[in-house]
Write a protein that binds this ligand. Structure first.
Ligand SMILES: Cc1cc2nc3c(=O)[nH]c(=O)nc-3n(C[C@H](O)[C@H](O)[C@H](O)COP(=O)(O)OP(=O)(O)OC[C@H]3O[C@@H](n4cnc5c(N)ncnc54)[C@H](O)[C@@H]3O)c2cc1C
Ligand code: SF4
Ligand code: SF4
Length: 405
């Protein structure tokens, strides 16, 4: 079997985001499987056709992110992307708002698109019934299924691995990580079925995918063996809610978001996420995030309260969905100046400002790099101080030299 040059390059650079598109393009030859320490990675078992190889080379987000052909919008910001509308909001359905990650806007919009016949079904990621801490991407065909999948799951997901199955089934809305949407958009350039059958692509801001080992560390800290777990939620059921393990005996153990994400999961994030040029879903029709309130020191506060989403309509299709959902009293929103987002998402801003210096460190270390186009890296970099850029460059180079990536 001839190994795929594209997949070899991705593996050599540890560049995979785990989106699953390569498996979707080459079913039967590439499948997603867990690789140590617990990331979903492509496993090649047969030779790829030239068309499959070319398809992966043109759309894999570990190799290329090209946003230069996205339709322009009235606002375009190097840190936060394009926007027809920026605001905060929440779902009117109290049960959904409580169960969801932030204000439940993503789920409410998906349910509205389904109820009004804009799409036949939704492709989304929820808990894997066979492995409660893991994820499974599946079809949601009613509001109950969307409610069940609401909430963030800080574990690997490869939602594009079964793309052919979703495309064979009909017209759908997709929700996933920004890199999943980037990959799907890129694939749409050569697969006309995607433009015709996926009228809505939604994303959330993404700090990165932690390894499954990170979830294992949460369980260990909670004093729970994996086989004891019947269900696991990473957050939600409040804002931000708790990482909660429900055991087979019905008892629960839980950990705050600050402890689970801040102390454990954020330290387990895969390498590709550290050089992610679009972790804010700029290629999506709508992107949502946590509209954290600042605390007294100006940092986001994780004190429990009613959920509030940051909502950005990035395309005309996204704006139309938002308007329709507002008119139907499914969600409420109020406008927010884009300049305010940095107070809610300081880590996202820092990472974007430092991508260029990290890419420079990769170049000096002779590592394979993805090609980034149309993602305003220079404009973002000039917003960072030279000292911070130097630290970012030297820090990553040191990690390469020490073999710590
Ligand atoms: C790995 C990860 C990193 C994140 N990083 C940030 C961040 O840096 N800043 C920030 O503001 N928000 C981040 N979030 C998102 C945030 O937690 C909320 O999802 C977002 O605010 C939208 O809230 P909501 O209430 O509208 O979403 P909900 O209504 O709860 O809907 C969430 C949707 O996300 C989908 N989903 C959940 N987990 C996954 C997954 N692993 N893969 C694919 N799809 C999934 C679900 O299917 C659901 O449709 C992250 C989420 C994840 C999963
Ligand atoms: S980033 Fe996606 S398409 Fe690229 S190798 Fe990884 S799973 Fe495959
Ligand atoms: S940070 Fe970027 S590369 Fe990593 S999972 Fe999120 S969107 Fe994908």
């Amino acid at each position: 079997m001839t190994p795929s040059p594209s997949l070899e390059r991705v593996a050599r650079g540890q560049l995979c985001s785990g989106c699953g598109l390569c498996a979707g393009i080459a079913p039967g030859a590439v499948a997603m499987a867990m690789a140590p320490p617990g990331y979903l990675r492509p496993h090649q078992s047969a030779a790829l056709t030239d068309a499959q190889e070319a398809g992966i080379a043109a759309a894999c987000p570990a190799l290329i992110v090209d946003e230069s052909d996205l339709a322009p919008a009235p606002i375009d910001d190097p840190l936060w992307g394009r926007a027809h509308f920026v605001g905060t909001g929440f779902a009117h359905d109290d049960t959904l708002r409580h169960r969801a990650s932030s204000g439940g806007v993503l789920s409410a919009l998906l349910a509205h698109a389904l109820a009004t016949g804009m799409v036949d079904f939704v492709v989304q990621t929820g808990a894997d019934p066979d492995s409660p801490t893991g994820n499974r991407t599946d079809v949601s065909a009613d509001a109950g299924a969307i409610l069940a999948a609401a909430g963030s799951r800080y574990a690997p997901s490869a939602p594009l691995a079964d793309l052919e199955a979703w495309l064979a089934r009909g017209r759908f809305a997709f929700v996933g990580k920004p890199c999943d949407v980037t990959a799907l958009r890129a694939r749409a350039r050569t697969d006309p079925r995607i433009a015709a059958q996926v009228p809505l692509m939604l994303a959330f801001f993404c700090a990165g995918i932690p390894s499954a080992a990170g979830t294992g560390r949460i369980l260990a800290k909670l004093g729970v063996e994996p086989h004891e777990v019947a269900a696991f939620r990473y957050r939600g059921d409040g804002w931000p809610g708790f990482a909660t393990a429900t055991l087979h005996d019905g008892s629960t153990r839980r950990m705050s978001y600050a402890d689970s994400w801040g102390d454990i999961l954020s330290k387990e994030v895969q390498f590709r996420c550290k050089i992610c040029p679009d972790a804010v879903g700029n290629a999506a029709d709508i992107a949502c995030a946590d509209a954290w309130y600042g605390d007294d020191r100006g940092y986001p506060s994780f004190a429990e309260q009613d959920g509030r989403s940051l909502v950005i309509a990035r395309s005309m299709a996204g704006l139309a969905l938002l308007d329709a959902a507002r008119a139907a009293s499914v969600i409420s929103t109020e406008p927010l100046a884009m300049a305010e987002i940095i107070r809610m998402q300081p880590s996202q801003a820092r990472r974007k400002r430092q991508i260029l210096s990290r890419l420079a460190a990769m170049a000096v270390a002779g590592r394979p790099r993805p090609r980034y186009r149309g993602v305003q890296l220079r404009q973002a970099a000039v917003l960072e101080s030279p000292l911070a850029q130097a630290r970012s460059f030297a820090g990553l180079l040191r990690r390469f030299i020490q073999g710590r990536t």
